[in-house]
Design a protein around this ligand. Structure first.
Ligand SMILES: [Zn+2]
Length: 453
C-alpha cells in the first residue's frame, strides 16, 4: 500500500492518511434533510463521499460508512404541516426518493444509515453530559451550548482569522448568553404540533448539530477517522459538532475533515429563493441520465467549485456515451497486444494517493481504455477494476437488445443476402428503406446491428 494524502480542513494541508485501526476506516457523512427533493449540489457532496469510500476500498481499506437522515427539524415539521401529512409520512417519502436517486447515480449505500428520530436517547444522554460539565445551559426556549467555554471553538473554521465572525460572536442577544450559542434542544412550542419527546431535559426536540455528534459517536466511537460534508457545513455545523463532541468525551472527535466544493450556477449559489434549483428529475426530464451527471462530477476535483452549465453536462454525456460504445465494442472484438495492467494500475493509484485526484484518475482510465496495444481481455479487467472507483457501471455495459419489427427484420435479412453477393448499390437502397422506417443498421464484425434511428 502506498501513502494516501488527503487535504484535511483542520490543518488546511494535505496530510498522510493514518487510520486509528490499521486497515480500517470509520467515516461519517452529514446526510440529507428529508423535507423535499435533494438538488444536484447535494448530490455532488454525496458523490464525494462515494468517490472517497470507493477510493479507500480500492487502496485496500475496510470502510464503515455512517450517514444520518435528518427527519426532524424546523423544515421537516413545516413541510409536513404544509402537505397535511404526518412527519413520518413526509420524511419516509423524501427518504425513499433520495435513496432511489443515490441508486441511479451508482452511489454505494452507506454501511449504516441512522435516523435522527430513532437516536433521541443518545442525543439526550450527550446533552445531559454537557449540562453536567457546565458547557450547556437552559434558557426559556431551549438548552444551549456555550461556545465561549470551549477553548478551540474556532479552530476548524479558523475564526480567529476572521474579524467579522469574531465581532458577531461577541454580540449578545436575548435568551442566549451569546448570539452564537447554538440550540442543543428546543423546548416545545405549539407550532411543533404533535412532534415532541418527553425527556429528562424537557419536552421538545433536538437541534440539528447534536444529531451528527450523537450518531457519529454511537456508531463509530468517541474518536473516528473521517468526517465529510459540503464546505458550506464547515461553519457553523461542523464547528459545533467538534465543540459538543470533544466537550462530552474529552477526546479528539475526528482526525480528518474532508470538505467538498459546491455547485454554482450562473446566478451564483443554487438556492430555492433564486429559483435556480436543479434536481435529478429535472435533468432526466431534459433527456439526461443520472450517470451523465456522475461523469460530469468526475471531471472536477472534489475541492473545487463546479460551475454547472448544460454545455458542460452535454460534453459529459458525449464523453460517457463514447466510453460506453468503446467498452461494448471491446467486449465484442478481441485485440491482441501486451498486458499493461501493472503500468496503468500504478498510474491510477498515483492519482488517487494525491488527495483523491479523480479527474487525473479518469484520464488514466481513458488512456487505458483507448490503448489498443493493450490486450483486450486484460484491458477490460483493468478498466472494470478502475471502475470500482469511478462507478460508471462498466461491467454492466452491453449491447441493448431492441425489439425490431418483423418487416424491418426482413429488410435487414434481405440486405445481408445482397451484401453477401456484393450487390452494394441494391443493399444501400434497402438500408435507406430501413432508415425511413426509423431504424439504423450498423455493420459490426458480428453481423448487422439494428438501432433505433
Ligand atoms: Zn452533520
Amino acid at each position: 500500500m502506498g501513502k494516501l494524502y488527503l487535504y484535511n480542513s483542520l490543518t488546511r494541508k494535505k496530510e498522510e492518511f493514518k487510520p486509528i485501526k490499521k486497515g480500517q476506516v470509520g467515516m461519517y457523512t452529514c446526510g440529507p434533510t428529508v423535507y423535499w427533493y435533494q438538488h444536484i449540489g447535494n448530490f455532488r457532496t454525496m458523490l464525494l463521499n462515494d468517490f472517497l469510500r470507493r477510493t479507500l476500498g480500492f487502496l485496500g481499506y475496510k470502510v464503515k460508512h455512517v450517514m444520518n437522515i435528518t427527519d426532524v427539524d424546523d423544515k421537516t415539521i413545516k413541510a409536513s404541516q404544509k402537505e397535511g401529512i404526518t412527519l413520518k409520512a413526509l420524511t419516509s417519502k423524501y427518504e425513499k426518493i433520495f435513496f432511489n436517486d443515490l441508486l441511479e447515480l451508482n452511489i454505494l449505500r452507506p454501511t449504516i444509515v441512522s435516523s435522527a428520530v430513532d437516536s433521541i436517547p443518545e442525543m439526550v444522554e450527550m446533552i445531559k453530559k454537557l449540562i453536567d460539565k457546565g458547557y450547556a445551559y437552559k434558557s426559556e426556549d431551549g438548552v444551549y451550548f456555550s461556545i465561549s467555554k470551549f477553548k478551540n471553538y474556532g479552530k476548524l473554521a479558523q475564526l480567529e482569522k476572521s474579524k467579522k465572525t469574531k465581532a458577531r460572536v461577541r454580540s449578545d442577544e436575548y435568551g442566549k448568553e451569546n448570539s452564537q450559542d447554538f440550540a442543543l434542544w428546543k423546548f416545545y412550542t405549539p407550532e411543533d404540533g404533535d412532534v415532541f419527546w418527553e425527556t429528562e431535559i424537557g419536552k421538545g426536540r433536538p437541534g440539528w448539530h447534536i444529531e451528527c455528534s450523537a450518531m457519529g459517536i454511537s456508531n463509530l466511537g468517541e474518536s473516528f477517522d473521517i468526517h465529510t460534508g459540503g464546505v458550506d457545513l464547515l461553519f457553523p455545523h461542523h464547528t459545533n459538532e467538534i465543540a459538543q463532541s470533544e466537550t462530552a468525551t474529552g477526546k479528539k472527535f475526528v482526525n480528518y475533515w474532508i470538505h467538498g466544493g459546491l455547485v454554482t450556477m450562473k446566478e451564483g449559489k443554487m438556492s430555492k429563493s433564486l429559483g435556480n434549483i436543479l434536481t435529478l428529475d429535472e435533468l432526466k426530464k431534459q433527456g439526461y441520465e443520472s450517470v451523465h451527471y456522475r461523469y460530469y462530477c468526475l471531471q472536477t476535483h472534489y475541492r473545487k467549485p463546479l460551475a454547472f452549465t448544460f454545455e458542460g453536462l452535454d460534453a459529459a454525456r458525449s464523453a460517457y456515451e463514447r466510453v460506453r460504445r468503446k467498452v461494448i465494442e471491446m467486449k465484442m472484438t478481441k485485440h491482441k497486444g501486451s498486458d499493461k495492467s501493472e503500468e496503468y494500475r500504478g498510474e491510477f493509484e498515483k492519482a488517487l494517493y494525491d488527495d483523491m485526484n479523480i479527474p487525473a484518475a479518469l484520464q488514466v482510465f481513458l488512456k487505458t481504455l483507448d490503448d489498443d496495444a493493450f490486450e483486450s481481455k486484460k484491458r477490460i479487467e483493468m478498466i472494470e477494476h478502475m471502475d470500482s472507483v469511478l462507478g460508471l457501471g462498466i461491467s454492466e455495459m452491453k449491447e441493448e437488445k431492441i425489439d425490431v419489427p418483423e418487416e424491418v427484420q426482413k429488410l435487414v435479412d434481405s440486405r445481408e443476402r445482397l451484401r453477401k453477393n456484393k450487390m452494394w448499390a441494391e443493399s444501400d437502397i434497402i438500408r435507406q428503406r430501413i432508415l425511413e422506417k426509423g431504424y439504423r443498421i450498423l455493420d459490426t464484425p458480428h453481423g448487422p446491428k439494428v438501432e433505433k434511428a
